[in-house]
Design a binder for this molecule. Structure first.
Ligand code: MV4
Length: 441
């Protein structure tokens, strides 16, 4: 739906692909054409490269927008697109591959001047190398899968006695999950904040940095709430970091929208952890604050437009935006809640944006991610955005399935959230302290 909206703005015709479970989905109705590419199971449809390419060839498309998730960061898919004469709306395959290898990415960005945490010199190949690296950087340390992401294959190590067992666990989990047991080691940051910078590059060395997002409000590596700008980044830090990120990605010759992720420690220092080479779920908060349509920008850049014709610089941040991810899940147990939405009323008011493909009588299938809507509130300042979000959440009616609306209402009313007094452990503590009660719905 989001990609179709950008294409309509540009006068570009669209073809939707869908699985058998998504026959009645709204993107099927709103695209100019739609093709079924297979059964409900995503491995047989949305992740099936030959099926997607066949649909593209049958309809003779010029380009494929991969969205987020599924094939959006699959370098093999980007290569097949190129071989088939179809423009992949994303970076070059080599860039996707480089950033997908977390240890290589870390070395590559350090080389172009971004701050990284002290850690192993490359992959950890043996127990002895692990012991040497850990005592070098000092405990606590963290072991990470090189092919990882999303927290899998990660092990936190408090003291030397735990190192080797944790190393072996991490290697085993990495091998099972990612078909590669490669791991590396880093200094561990306690209670970090997760802050990410949004970039746009045209592949010719021109890069714009569109400020940062605060993404610390998450549970089990799934973000719940994001905001732009981060309440913990001051003007001087922002301008310094935007400049460094810009210089780094210019040297890489980055093409497409992208996100450079950092952890912030208690001293306010930022350290690179990963780069995402796709448009992200939380892109709307940056769009609200910068006025830049990031998906339109991706498409124009993929079509060969230079950066200056896509964004007018300097990009200014104006006001504050917050996004609540409304998931189809039980707000107390977090268990997915698929089914038919019987009643649906979406609030529309000043400063409110809703990105969704849900509506009354639509069916949320159990096969995919539980995200059903993104509610975004904009205000002149953070407090106005919070107030508008509270109003919109109170008026948002979804019946027939459970949603995470009640937890968002409680977080918006929590003094620690309002004061921006939180880190990546916030949701865990919030639940432990029983701040989450039974929702009204
Ligand atoms: C870390 C860390 C502490 N120290 N690295 C989690 C997912 C992956 N993308 C990186 N992650 C972390 N890396 C060091 N050196 C803590 C985490 C982490 C985390 C990071 C961002 C947002 C939420 C998180 C939740 C738990 C752990």
């Amino acid at each position: 739906m989001r990609v179709i909206a950008a294409c309509k703005d540009l006068g570009i015709r669209t073809v939707a692909v869908y699985s058998e479970a998504d026959r009645t989905s709204l993107h099927v109705r709103f695209a100019d054409e739609a093709l079924c590419i297979g059964p409900a199971k995503s491995a047989d449809s949305y992740l099936n490269i030959p099926a997607v390419i066949s649909a593209a060839e049958i309809t003779d498309v010029d380009a494929i927008h991969p969205g987020y998730g599924f094939l959006s960061e699959n370098p093999g898919f980007a290569e097949v697109c190129a071989m088939s004469g179809i423009t992949f709306i994303g970076p070059r395959p080599e860039t996707i591959r480089l950033m997908g290898e977390k240890e290589q990415a870390r070395r590559a960005v350090a080389e172009v001047g971004l701050p990284v945490l002290p850690g192993s010199n490359g992959l950890v190949k043996s127990d002895d190398e692990a012991r040497a690296a850990a005592s070098d950087v000092g405990y606590p340390v963290i072991i990470k899968a090189a092919a990882g992401g999303g927290g899998r294959g990660m092990r936190f190590v408090r003291e030397p006695a735990d190192l080797i067992p944790m190393l072996h666990q991490a290697q085993h989990e990495a091998a099972v999950s990612f078909q590669s047991g490669d791991v590396y080691l880093e200094k561990y940051i306690e209670r970090p904040r997760h802050i990410e910078f949004q970039v746009l590059g045209d592949g010719e060395g021109n890069v714009a940095v569109l400020g940062e997002r605060e993404c610390s409000i998450q549970r089990r590596h799934q973000k719940l709430i994001e905001e732009c700008p981060s309440p913990r980044i001051d003007l001087a830090t922002r301008s310094m970091m935007c400049q460094r990120v810009c210089a780094a990605l210019s040297q890489i010759g980055y093409a497409n929208a992208g996100t450079v992720e950092f952890l912030m420690d208690d001293d306010g220092q930022l350290y690179f952890i990963e780069m995402n080479t796709r448009i992200q779920v939380e892109h709307p908060v940056t769009e609200m604050v910068t006025g830049v349509d990031l998906v339109k920008a991706q498409i124009l850049i993929a079509g060969g437009e230079p950066l200056w014709s896509v964004v007018s610089e300097p990009v200014e941040l104006r006001g504050h935006a917050i996004e609540c991810r409304i998931n189809a899940e039980n707000p107390e147990t977090f268990a997915p809640s698929a089914g038919r939405i019987t009643k649906f009323y979406a609030p529309g008011m000043t400063g409110i944006r809703l990105d969704t493909a849900a509506c009354a009588e639509c069916v949320i299938p159990p096969y995919y991610d539980s995200l059903v809507a993104k509610l975004i509130a904009y205000g002149r300042d953070r407090m106005e955005a919070i107030t508008r979000m509270q109003r919109a959440l109170d008026l948002f009616v979804v019946e027939g399935i459970h949603t995470s609306i009640p937890i968002h209402q409680q977080i918006m009313a929590d003094p620690d959230f309002v004061l921006a007094n939180f880190d990546t452990n916030y949701v865990k503590k919030f639940i432990q302290e029983q701040k989450v009660g039974a929702g009204k719905r």
